[in-house]
Design a protein. Structure first.
Length: 313
């Protein structure tokens, strides 16, 4: 879970927060160190362990005592998934000051055309069919980045705004419906280890239309930006986000110290059998109390040792 300036955002699946990891590309660690992308925006980037074919939700929250500044009286959470804006959640200052704050769970993308919404789910595998790959040949690198640069990313911008209700509320901007399947050219995500994307689920109609409201931003850029790079467990292991146990790694790629550690673990996990069993003998060693010992009572290794001592004399 990421907390910045009393603002929280996390991704849920089956009612539980998805596991978050340090993003090696940005250096943002578990202590929520910040990457300042501008003088006004605080950005934090984390990696998420996504669960294939599972629905997920986005939880946003603001704690009591958040500094709205002298002008703003509300916060706006703008949610982008795979580069598409899918939802905008509004939290007023008055609501956030109640008790210990306010939170809301975004359960899907809003479809403004018919006041409906669709759930979001991780989809695997994504489509990289040949026709689309052929079509992408005409796109340069800048165009590919513009269209597919945020594939595999959940991004949430937090804006300070002024809410107004003067009777001139503009019509809600229609949000483009996300397709059920999302074909992606393979060269657009080359080297990023993206094996999961988001797809929109079944369409639902809202029981009642949302309350009309409008607001305008007071800052030139969002005060906070949360970036979650979601990947499968295997992808996170491949890029080194999740450490791979020595037992599961290719021995040819292990260092000398790692090989020694692996051998030590193997000896602990698989204890050696008794020495007699290694020699293929079933009889027990002669007792030290035996007074009459002949060659028949000695194991082969003891006989060899005895013969060696006699020969040396």
């Amino acid at each position: 879970m990421v907390v910045l300036d009393k603002v929280r955002v996390n991704v849920l699946c089956n009612g539980h927060k998805l596991k978050e990891y340090d993003d090696l590309a940005t250096g943002t660690g578990p202590d929520n160190r910040l990457d300042l992308t501008s003088d006004a925006t605080k950005t934090v980037t984390r990696c998420l362990q996504a669960k294939p074919l599972k629905e997920y939700f986005i939880r946003v929250a603001v704690r009591k005592g958040f500094d709205f500044g002298p002008r703003a009286n509300c916060l706006s959470f703008c949610v982008y998934i795979d580069g598409d804006r899918v939802r905008r959640k509004h939290i007023s200052k008055a609501v956030s000051e109640r008790r210990s704050g306010f939170h809301h769970v975004i359960k899907g993308m809003q479809v403004s055309s018919d006041v409906g919404w669709r759930r979001l789910a991780f989809s695997i595998p994504f489509d990289t069919d040949r026709p689309l790959a052929e079509e992408s040949k005409g796109l340069n690198e800048a165009e590919l980045k513009r269209r597919y640069g945020e594939v595999g990313i959940v991004r949430v911008e937090v804006w300070r705004e002024i809410e107004y209700r003067d009777g001139n509320i503009p019509a809600a901007r229609a949000l483009e419906d996300m397709p059920a399947t999302r074909p992606i050219p393979e060269r657009a995500i080359k080297g990023q280890r993206i094996d999961i994307v988001t797809q929109a689920g079944q369409h639902h109609v809202m029981s009642k239309p949302p309350n009309p409201w409008a607001s305008r931003r007071v800052d030139a850029s969002p005060i906070t930006e949360f970036i979650f790079k979601y990947r499968s467990e295997n992808a996170l292991k491949t890029i080194g986000i999740i450490p791979i146990p020595l037992e599961e790694r290719d021995p040819r790629g292990l260092s000398r110290d790692e090989l020694l550690e692996l051998a030590r673990r193997f000896q602990v996990c698989v204890p050696l059998p008794p020495f007699n069993s290694l020699l293929g003998q079933k009889q027990a060693w002669p007792s030290s109390k035996s007074r009459h010992l002949d060659a028949d009572h000695f194991s082969p290794i003891m006989q060899a040792s005895r013969q060696g001592r006699i020969a040396s004399k």
